[in-house]
Every structure is written in C-alpha cells, then in structure tokens.
Design a protein around this ligand. Structure first.
Ligand SMILES: O=C(O)C(=O)Cc1ccccc1
Length: 282
C-alpha cells in the first residue's frame, strides 16, 4: 500500500505516518494539496496530513481541501506530542548572527514568543514543512540561516541544535488525519481514545437561529460534539462551512438519522467517516 505524507523525510507528518503505517511504502509530497491530489488521482491509497495544533489551531488548508474534494474521507486521527528546536548548519558558530529563520508557519507560530524574545530582528520565513526548512539549511552551509524543526530532522540533515524545546507551551500536540477514498476506517493496535465522526455542514441560508437549529439536531439526540470550527466558503465574505466532530460510534439509528434531519432543515452535509483517534508517542 502507498501512503503519501507532507514531506520531506523527518517532518512531523512522517513521524506520524511511520507509526500508523510501519510496513507500508511512504511517499513524501511537497505540500498538503499534493497529498490530497495523490489520493484523488489514485497515485496512493491514503495520505497523512496535519489537521490542528493545540497552540496554533486548525491547519486551514487541510479543512479547505476536505471540503473541496467531495470523494475524500477521513479514516483515522492521530494525536502526536510536538517539540520544536532551533537548528543551524554545523559549519556556523553557535553565536552566529542568524539572518533568517525558516519553518512551517505552524511551527513558527508555536514558537512565536521564544523567537520574538530571542531573535526579534531576525526575519522569519514560511516553508512548506519543518523538515523542508531543515533540509534547506543543510544545503546552505555558508548562509547564516536556521530552521525550527524536530530532533530527527536535525539528525537526518546533520544540523546542530542551538536552542531546544522552544515551543511556547510545554503541552503541545498536533492532530493528524488519514485521508482516502475508502468508506472503511483504519484500525491498528496503537493506543486509541475512542471513535468519533467528522461532518462538514453548510447552513441553508442566513436566518436567525440557523446554527442553533443545526446544533439542536445533535443536542436532543444527546450527541456530544468535540469540535466545531467555521471556515470561509470562499464565495463571499461572511459565508462559512462548519467542521464538526461527534464523539462515539455511529451505530445507532438516532445518530444515523441525524444526517437526514440536517438535510431536511436545508443543511448540506458531507459525512467524512466514523473513525478512531490514536494517541501516539514522539
Ligand atoms: O512541518 C512539518 O513537519 C509538519 O509535518 C507539519 C507540522 C508543523 C508543525 C507542527 C506539526 C506539524
């Protein structure tokens, strides 16, 4: 089986994909869209992409492509502890005046206060992943640049860690999803905290109590929501869709009928799947 992931090697997504799929062929992709396209074009069977972080929140690209690619579903979630380190090329002295710091925007945001306090004048530049940033630093031994990435990236790309554990909140976790076109969910012996269901909901038309009506479909059935996030529909300022997750199995008629009731009140619903949440170790 082929599994795409947000690469290159030693990205946090690869660490996650390796734990979920230790015996499968893992294929690095340059960005999150390419992971979705690889699944859509049947180049791979599944892909692993980041969905949200406990400090920085949702990875909006992932939500957007879930919405924009109707045939793609979610097979599993995996939550992984995240530690960021600042690293430079070993040719550079430890006290080098760093001129630029590269990383994934989520990693720069998760380390914002540290970087702002210790490297206030240094330009921060977004990269497609932490590992891509580390790789770029390794390819430029003469430049005064640094990357925010994990310790495996430091090791793989031969970089020297000059500040470790620079994430602003010690408790830092990222949730990843496994996407595919399959209706089946992914199972494994890994630690799991249980099942949940992902839904994408668009409200009928703007009217008072519209969102309340949608939420009441879940409330009277005693369905517990663990996340609700609005995201722009990109049609017009002020138009949104909602990403909702419901705790538990999807095996009783009350839960199953909730989709019909949502559609009956005029909402558009995409069922992303009923899947396990796995808890990984770094
Ligand atoms: O950039 C990476 O290595 C990723 O896999 C995305 C990411 C970035 C920051 C925290 C968790 C995941």
């Amino acid at each position: 089986m082929k599994i795409a992931f947000l690469g290159p090697e030693a990205s946090f997504t690869q660490l996650t994909a390796t734990q979920l799929f230790p015996n499968e062929e893992l294929i690095p992709k340059a960005n999150i869209l390419d992971c979705f396209l690889a699944v859509q074009n049947n180049e791979v069977d599944k892909a692993v992409v980041p969905l949200e972080n406990s400090i920085e929140g949702t990875v909006s690209m992932t939500l957007d492509y879930l919405y924009q690619t109707p045939e793609i579903r979610v097979e599993a979630e995996a939550v992984m502890p995240i530690a960021h380190h600042l690293m430079i090329h070993p040719n550079q002295e430890n006290d080098t005046e760093i001129e630029k710091i590269y990383s994934h925007p989520q990693a720069l945001a998760q380390s914002f206060h540290f970087l702002n306090h210790n490297y206030p004048e240094v330009t921060k530049q977004d990269f497609t992943s932490t590992a891509a940033a580390a790789k770029r630093v390794s390819e430029n031994p003469d430049r005064k640049i640094a990357a925010v990435a994990n310790k495996f990236a430091a090791e793989l790309y031969g970089l020297k860690i000059i500040n470790d554990n620079i994430h602003d909140v010690e408790e830092n976790h990222t949730r990843f999803i496994v996407i595919s076109k399959s209706d089946e969910s992914f199972d494994s012996d890994l630690n799991s905290s249980g099942k949940k269901t992902g839904l994408l909901i668009t409200l009928p038309e703007d009217h008072a109590g519209g969102l309340h009506q949608v939420l009441s479909v879940f409330a009277w059935r005693n369905m517990n929501l663990s996340k609700i996030e609005s995201r722009t529909l990109k049609t017009k300022l002020g138009n949104y869709f909602f990403f909702v997750t419901v705790v538990g199995d999807w095996n009783n008629v009350l839960y199953i009928n909730s989709i019909d009731e949502l559609r009956a009140i005029g909402a558009d619903v995409k069922f992303l799947g009923n899947y396990k949440e796995f808890l990984l170790e770094s």
